[in-house]
Ligand binder design. Structure first.
Ligand code: NAI
Length: 340
């Protein structure tokens, strides 16, 4: 039986992993702290580590893991911008991820944020709880008939596009690899990034964070957006240059911004700071804007998604245990596990 050290875990992780089929075949050590260069040595005695979005698997961190005898880094998320894959490859470490868990979980959250932000549902909730039943300041707009721009039409972007098409929005999209057949079926039109940026009333981001997409929403991009446009980011915080976003918000050029991710979220999101001093001035500034809605990276947080994440990650951990091939489509680096 192999030992697996889990990092950045919460009660819902322990529940979904504890209940996943096959979990009894693994010895699991759950840590609440994150995996970093400083904490990597705690993996000693484990053959695999299971990590999440804000664990930082830099080269020095991976070197320490290799030194402790770890053979597999099993990500329990779809993004993998937090792992130095080149270093993992050189060190012979296997790295797997969960590319295909419920895209609906994230797409539905993106649209949910848009609806709440547009109709001021979060403000209305506070008002009615205080017995204030006035409506002034709560005016939104119909999504029907508006232009919704989808940046990235992978699994999540396509699900979001279909929901927005269902509202009667005109959906336009951009992607490095357009899915023309899918677009035809759902009435989606592809255009280049600049056209999507400048013609959309609503923009929702679904590209991964890569060197090419980092800060794709910078000062220039904000200046190209329609006045009063809404921006939704449930992908990765690094897609947006937060300083440029704050500048655009201060100039009052955006209608609303909903963020489930934030570029400096590591160490803050997933934690309770209600009785502590928030040291991040940019996040504090964002939270002070009336038309900004922030959730703390909860797009994935549905029962279905958690179960699928656990099943996929456990499948790969069992594969390591039994020295067989990892699940198809989940391997970022094979390490020594190339044979089926
Ligand atoms: P995917 O890999 O299915 O789709 C990504 C799409 O982006 C692909 O079609 C790709 O061609 C396109 N793309 C990549 N670089 C591009 C560029 N420079 N310009 C235009 N298009 C580009 O990924 P999926 O499953 O749709 O997930 C998208 C992202 O959502 C993930 O990378 C992850 O960062 C984020 N995510 C967030 C979650 C949350 O809880 N908020 C949960 C799961 C994923």
């Amino acid at each position: 039986m192999i030992t697996v050290a889990f990092y950045d875990t919460k009660p819902y992780d322990r529940r979904s992993f504890g209940q996943a089929p096959g979990a009894a075949g693994l010895y699991c050590r759950f840590h609440e702290f994150r995996m970093t260069e400083e904490t990597a040595a705690t993996a000693a005695g484990a053959q695999a580590v299971c990590v999440f979005v804000n664990d930082r698997l830099t080269r020095p961190c991976l070197e320490i893991l290799r030194g402790t005898g770890v053979r597999l880094v099993a990500l329990r998320c779809a993004g993998y911008d937090n792992v130095d894959l080149e270093a993992a490859r050189e060190l012979g470490l296997a790295v797997t991820y969960v590319p295909a868990y419920s895209p609906h979980a994230v797409a539905e959250h993106a649209v949910g944020l848009l609806l709440a932000l547009n109709r001021r549902t979060h403000h209305a909730h506070h008002r009615t709880r205080a017995h204030d039943f006035s409506l002034d300041g709560l005016t939104g707009f119909d999504i029907h008939g508006k232009t919704a721009g989808i940046i990235g039409t992978g699994r999540i972007g396509r699900a979001a596009a279909q929901i927005l098409a269902g509202f009667g929005a005109r959906v336009i999209a951009c992607d490095l690899f357009p899915s023309f057949d899918w677009a035809r079926v759902h009435g989606v039109t592809y255009a280049d990034f600049d056209s999507v940026l400048s013609t959309s009333d609503i923009l929702t981001l679904h590209v991964p964070l890569t060197p090419d997409t980092r800060h794709m929403f910078d000062r220039h991009a904000f200046s190209r957006m329609r006045a009063g446009a809404y921006l939704i980011n449930t992908s990765r915080g690094g897609l947006i240059d937060t300083a440029a976003l704050i500048a655009a918000l201060k100039e009052d050029r955006l209608g609303g911004v909903a963020l489930d991710v934030y570029e400096n979220e590591a160490g803050v999101f997933f934690e309770d700071f209600s009785d502590r001093v928030l040291q991040d001035d940019m996040l504090a500034r964002l939270l002070a804007f009336p038309r900004v809605l922030v959730t703390a990276h909860q797009g994935f947080l549905t029962r279905e998604a958690l179960d699928q994440i656990a099943a996929s990650a456990i499948g790969n951990l069992l594969a390591l245990n039994e020295e067989r091939a990892f699940l198809e489509g989940t391997v970022l680096c094979a390490g020594g596990m190339t044979k089926s």
